[in-house]
Ligand binder design. Structure first.
Ligand SMILES: Nc1ncnc2c1ncn2[C@@H]1O[C@H](COP(=O)(O)OP(=O)(O)OP(=O)(O)O)[C@@H](O)[C@H]1O
Length: 548
């Protein structure tokens, strides 16, 4: 880490003037590497040398669809293309996204944000803040979720990554709150009126920034809950004037347990990345926050790009007479992301594969996911030692300041290759991310969907490459199904792999890879030996087939 910090802080900045020519290489919309990756995915017939699983033979050519849980659809509405407002960004023509809703008396969707003024008397200021932030037309999830929430209903909303879920809840929450507490006359119902929970500090910060955009021009008190703000909010008179708190569950629970926070006036509770907030790591904290929100008129809503059956069951049990909205297919990325799976044999082949990728023209910035914090630091070190420019790193083991600086460098476009862990997988919105590389295999289908969802956002195209080794092979089918379901072409043999058991699926991506990534220098020999063995094995099999 020391070497990484030293090199990164000192020499990893990119001099755009000096590298003008190199920069021009990245301007072309579709680089050679992009095309190459696509063709790998599309034309991938399993080379005989690599047919360890022996699936190349006998492929039927037919794609198998993933089982979809969404069978009981009550209404189906064809929506306008997702994010078709994005015309000034040369966004390509989007595929129509199917929207399915389930529940009683579902309010009709809006067609434009202006509808909200007629139907719900949306404050003019909110409307003008929308347009000053270039939110011209609602996205699919916004069109459906906003009226549902404005009618005071509980909601479970599932919509692909980068489709504008944040605004889907911020807009109705702020509209329903009406006037800021600081402007309202004391009516005996003081105290925080809305709470938004997110699983990571970075995401809470980002939601806070989005909220401030909508709050412009009015004296809303919107607090990003931290150690410092927790101390200030311990004073009742300060707390009573707060409109919205945005926080991670742990932070809030600490204050609730100390008796320094009261949430009995909360009218709106939002769980963003709900399946994460309801998983085993967070659930007890999330439940504690929910239990503290005791107001009888509490409205609850959950949002995520993924909501596996178990999490959905818990979510539904928390909501009252809820409406469920699903945009597209559950747990499926947008077709805008060109996805491919790349065989890299073993750990030691990963770094050379990545270095080769980065030595050819590619579209920066890209995000590279590793399975652990030490591996993220180690990979960043290796890339810097191999002279890859503008490498950065972000994981939860870094200090708050280091994390904030890394996010800020990413937002400013100073980082070209950001190495990270699951901490960046959910919700983070860096509009310009062109590609995601899963250096270490994702730990679940949900992890895959969220990780690759950092690219292809707000109507833009993206590229996602997932490295897999022999050890990951038994989990390949689950991810291959996701690719297939979202329209990426997958080699047949992958879809024919045996389905991993539930127990096995839980172990996905949890291979013991060691803390340091294998260095590029060591790979030459071992890779050569491996290849030799593979070719020999393949020859043996062929000879055996002939004899029979
Ligand atoms: N109506 C809109 N018009 C234009 N841009 C929009 C609109 N709604 C959202 N966006 C932009 O789309 C991007 C993605 O939005 P957001 O981060 O809310 O997506 P998300 O669905 O929450 O993604 P994730 O599942 O990854 O959290 C943001 O940059 C946001 O500013």
């Amino acid at each position: 880490m020391e070497a990484f910090q030293l090199l990164c802080r000192g020499g990893a900045r990119f001099d755009k003037q000096r590298f003008k020519e190199n920069l021009a290489l990245f301007d072309s919309k579709k680089t050679a590497s992009h095309r190459a990756e696509k063709s790998v995915s599309e034309n991938a017939e399993l080379p005989t040398e690599l047919d360890f699983f022996k699936y190349a033979k006998g492929g039927s050519g037919k794609r198998k669809a993933v089982e979809i849980e969404d069978e009981e659809l009550e209404t189906e509405v064809q929506r306008k293309p997702e994010l078709d407002h994005d015309s000034n960004d040369n966004a390509p023509e989007k595929k129509r996204q199917r929207v399915t809703t389930k529940g009683s008396d579902v309010p009709p969707p809006i067609v434009s944000f202006n509808d909200l003024q007629e139907r719900f008397n949306l404050p003019k200021r909110l409307l003008s803040n929308l347009s000053s932030n270039n939110y011209v037309n609602p996205t699919g999830i916004q069109a459906h979720a906003v009226p549902i929430l404005l009618e005071g209903r509980d909601l479970a909303a599932i919509s692909p990554t980068g489709t504008g879920k944040t605004l889907s809840y911020l807009l109705p929450v702020m509209s329903s709150l009406g006037v800021p507490m600081s402007n309202s006359k004391h009516d005996g119902s003081d105290g925080v009126r809305a709470v938004i929970l997110a699983p990571t500090r970075e995401l809470a910060h980002q939601i806070h920034n989005e909220c401030l955009k909508l709050a412009e021009g009015r004296k809303w008190r919107i607090v990003l809950f931290s150690k410092a703000t927790a101390a200030t909010l311990a004073v009742k008179s300060v707390r009573d004037k707060i409109d919205i708190i945005i926080s991670t569950p742990l932070r809030l629970v600490a204050s609730l347990q100390d008796g320094k926070l009261v949430l009995n006036n909360v009218r709106h509770l939002v769980l963003d990345e709900a399946d994460r907030l309801l998983d085993s790591e967070f659930i007890s904290q999330t439940e504690e926050v929910i239990a503290a929100c005791t107001h009888p008129e509490l409205q609850k809503c959950v949002f995520s790009a993924t909501l596996p059956a178990g999490a959905e069951k818990i979510a539904m049990s928390l909501l009252m007479d809820p409406i469920r909205v699903v945009v597209g297919l559950k747990d499926t990325p947008l077709p805008l992301i060109v996805q491919s799976l790349r065989y890299v044999a073993d750990e030691s082949s990963k770094l050379p594969t990545l270095l080769t990728y980065l030595s050819q023209p590619y579209n920066p910035p890209i995000l590279v996911f590793t399975s652990t914090q030490p591996r993220a630091s180690s990979l960043a070190e290796q890339l810097i030692l191999n002279s890859v420019p503008n490498v950065d790193c972000l994981h939860a083991g870094m200090t708050k300041k280091e994390r904030e600086d890394a996010v800020s460098r990413m937002r400013k476009g100073e980082s070209w290759v950001m190495i990270s862990t699951e901490v960046m997988a959910r919700g983070m919105d860096f509009k310009g991310i062109r590609g995601v590389i899963n250096y270490d295999f994702p730990t679940s289908v949900q992890s895959y969907v969220h990780r690759i969802g950092r690219t292809g956002r707000a109507g833009r195209e993206g590229l996602a490459i997932t490295y897999f080794t022999n050890e990951d092979a038994s989990y390949l089918k689950a991810i291959a199904n996701v690719l297939s379901q979202s329209g990426s072409t997958v080699p047949e043999w992958m879809l024919k792999l045996p389905k991993p058991s539930k127990l096995k699926r839980r172990q996905m991506g949890k291979v013991n890879r060691g803390d340091a990534v294998s260095k590029a220098g060591n790979i030459g020999r071992s890779l050569a030996i491996k290849r030799k063995d593979m070719v020999a094995g393949s020859k043996r099999r062929k000879a055996k087939d002939k004899d029979e």
